[in-house]
Design a binder for this molecule. Structure first.
Ligand SMILES: [Zn+2]
Ligand SMILES: [Zn+2]
Length: 445
């Protein structure tokens, strides 16, 4: 046993992997450089497709007119982001091989986290500065979800059913507290205005364009005798404000739901009717509609009972509206809102000089969270968000499924649990790797 393997095994207590990197990592190609280039050949076009869609949609939302889009800038952004993401994958696989060559063996940190952190750092410095905070936030969201799933699966934490609603509500509390004080940025304020119909000063529903019976109905409740409180800023009665904002959001939610059901049916047009009539299509409209319903009704009740208005009252109504997530539980949305809120308050506190600013904090956060997520994709894929694992499959041309995780089992992470029936094949050909090479090997004494 060499001094190095003795140090890793006896001092650090790590199990050693004596198979070579072709046997446990790049089973699709025995050549280390060839293997990583194979992955890049599939990864780069995937990145181009993903980022073209992403930048095109976000430019359309921002400019609202395809003729106003700066296409030269768009192509630059797509290329830069595609290189960044492909390089993240390149360095990840490349470093597994390099570390195997340097040490003469592999251990779980060198096939997951060390290469994960290093590759993420080397990649994020390529990406545009303005994009880094968004990426860091997205990956922090994913890393926190992965860590939570891991703690639950190990029995250290209990699974809280509907726990997403609490995080979502906490995030909304923070956002609306700032909104009431005019301290929330324009973009977030307009999103909140859409989800909660905050600006009730003008007409919420365009009655003139609606059928006669609906016009009569809404006109009657606009002038309802219960009226509105002096502190209420909406135009008509409290009842109409609640009813109109709820109806408007229900319609928006239903439109999104129908569009998504239609997109799902593209591959199987015969299932369109079944998809459209499914009860689950009502989850999104119920989620969208209950946000203003809970927000405005609780706010108007507080105006009437407490006879005062404050940022705390607005924020409390926001918190109550978080219960809407019971209709549409989404860990991704809840965690995004929560971490975005933490980010905003962090920068507010930095601005006030209460806490110090961390230089290159976005790079640090991206490096740590992406390294953590990618490491888990290798050794604990069962605890990763399914959608993200699918994304990694697309990025690597399905190669993330080809890893020889049987060999990782001795690390104690149950890495192979999702791949019990999979036996690695050399270069995708019929010949399988010699079982003596992929079955767990006893470390040298
Ligand atoms: Zn290799
Ligand atoms: Zn009111």
């Amino acid at each position: 046993m060499t001094a190095l393997s003795k140090f890793f095994r006896q001092t650090l207590g790590l199990e050693l992997l004596t198979a070579n990197c072709h046997e446990y990592c790049h089973v699709w190609n025995p050549n280390c450089h060839g293997a990583v280039l194979d992955a890049c050949k599939d990864g780069f076009p995937f990145c181009l497709k993903t980022y073209t869609t992403f930048y095109l949609i976000s430019s359309l939302i921002r400019k609202k007119d395809p003729r106003k889009i700066d296409y030269k800038r768009l192509v630059n952004d797509v290329l830069r982001s595609s290189v960044f993401l492909t390089m993240n994958m390149f360095w990840y696989v490349f470093l597994i091989c390099r570390m195997r060559q340097l040490l003469g063996f592999g251990t779980w940190p060198t096939v997951s986290f060390v290469n994960g952190f290093l590759s993420s750092f080397l990649a994020i410095i390529i990406e545009k500065k303005q994009r880094r905070p968004m990426l860091a936030l997205y990956l922090t969201n994913l890393a926190s979800e992965t860590a939570y799933t891991q703690l639950v699966s190990r029995g250290y934490l209990k699974f809280i059913s509907n726990g997403q609603s609490i995080l979502f509500a906490a995030g909304l509390f923070g956002f609306l507290y700032l909104y009431k004080q005019n301290k929330l940025d324009k973009e977030l304020s307009s999103i909140l205005n859409l989800t909660h119909q905050l600006e009730g000063k003008d007409e919420i529903l365009p009655l003139k364009r609606m059928p006669r019976f609906l016009q009569m109905f809404y006109q009657a409740i606009r002038k309802h005798e219960s009226g509105k409180h002096d502190l209420c800023q909406h135009k008509y009665s409290c009842l109409s404000n609640v009813a109109e904002s709820t109806s408007k959001n229900f319609a928006i939610g239903l439109t999104i739901s129908v569009c998504l059901a239609s997109i799902r049916s593209i591959r199987q047009p015969t299932s369109l009717l079944k998809n459209l009539l499914s009860w689950s299509n009502l989850k999104m409209p119920a989620f969208f509609a209950s946000m203003p319903l809970l927000y405005h009704s609780s706010k108007c009740i507080m105006h009437r009972t407490l006879n005062k208005d404050s940022a705390l009252i607005t924020a409390t109504s926001g918190f109550i509206s978080g219960a809407s997530m019971l209709f549409y539980p989404s860990t991704s949305i809840a965690l995004y809102i929560f971490w975005k809120c933490v980010e905003i308050y962090y920068f507010k506190l930095v601005e006030k000089g209460v806490i110090p600013s961390i230089k290159h904090g976005d790079i640090l956060l991206y490096t740590l969270s992406t390294g953590y997520v990618l490491g888990n994709a290798f050794i604990e894929p069962q605890n990763l968000r399914k959608g993200y694992y699918q994304f990694l499959c697309g990025l690597t041309g399905d190669r993330v499924n080809l890893l020889n995780r049987r060999l990782f089992d001795k690390f104690g992470f149950h890495s192979n649990v999702l791949f019990e029936n999979y036996i690695p094949k050399l270069d995708h050909k019929v010949v399988t790797i010699n079982p003596a090479l992929y079955l767990p090997i006893q470390p040298p004494k």
